[in-house]
Ligand binder design. Sequence first.
Ligand code: PLP
Length: 402
Amino acid sequence: MENPIKDNIEKRIETMNQRLDETYKQDLYFYNQPVEELRGGSRVLVNGREMGMYASYSYLGLVGHPKINQAAQKAIEKYGTGTHGVRSLAGSLKLHQELEETIAAFKHTEAAITFTSGYVTNLTVISTLVGRGDYIISDKLNHASIVDGCLMSGAKFLRFPHNDMEALEQRLQQVPDGNAKLVIADAVFSMDGDLINFPKVVELCKKYHAWLMIDEAHSLGVLGEKGTGIEEHFNMPNSIDIKMGTLSKTIPSVGGYIAGNQDLINYLRHVSRAYIFSAALPPAQAGAAKAAFEVILEEPWRIQKLKANSEQFIQGLRARGFDTMLTQTAIVPVLCGSDEAAFQMTRESQHHDVFVLPVVSPAVPPGLSRLRATVTAAHEPEEIEQAMDVIQNAGWKIGILK
Ligand SMILES: *Cc1c(COP(=O)(O)O)cnc(C)c1O
């Protein structure tokens, strides 16, 4: 018999489904649309229509790169499709070792370790390194996987307003003498495209003897002449203790990594639960990831082109009257205001074959809903110009532009 009184689980499910029904009815739902085909680096087939892709994190346009595809195929021929187990037991392949050596060389560290996703990397590494009695100090706009790792760790979790270095220093002073401190931040913030004040964070960590962990999900392949990340960008080598990144964005694979000194990596390899209790990265993905790091070094023009394209996109949208917030990278927020306005902008853009997606609350604060548009090295300047015209027309129609 059905219980007439709804419990909280039922209520939550119902509330979300009501919200979804509303957006379906108004033709304002654009999430989870399957891509049917990749067409070159910058175009996709969605719902039978070819669209320019402005929502991809494949910043260097490496998805579908022949050398990377070939490496994945070779790995399958050699090792098959799965690893039938965890790394510590029978799951480790020579290929995993080669991948980790490649990452360590790319990041200029002694060693590296890989996990099966970036999300799981943050969860397991943060909760392995700190626990009760320790302190984590985290930027308020850090990625959800960092927040979840911090909560899971049981350490004291202190946050500071986004990029507020005075607040960071106050938090560091707040920690009692003798307790371990871990400062964590994204290098490039995933919703806003701006950079952490890296020189100041490094200085404060040194001053207060705190460990520093930086998530380079959106800076790998993006920052620095060689694309190696935020240390290269600021010309500050060896500044980060725990260098985290994903293999799912610029690197067209899946997985996450930590690069650091040999002792740290040994420790994680023998203590972190996602490494010990979850199956290894599949061969094709490990092979693809390794080849992608090589391609970044072999084809530095991609980084130059990404920078030029990002500049064109940011300046062009600003000139057309949009607020692109504080972005300095290929992640370009186009501020819309209300959730509704962001959904309508998405609909107008997609109806004119520009594939962009909205980010709404609670992922961003209410009133700051936006399109979160991205460009990659695969776009041509003319395409970007056309896409910006489409977004401008949408802005006029919705009333964001006057
Ligand atoms: C995407 C992302 C992750 C998670 O990486 P996955 O490999 O997709 O699990 C972690 N941190 C940041 C900042 C991200 O943007």
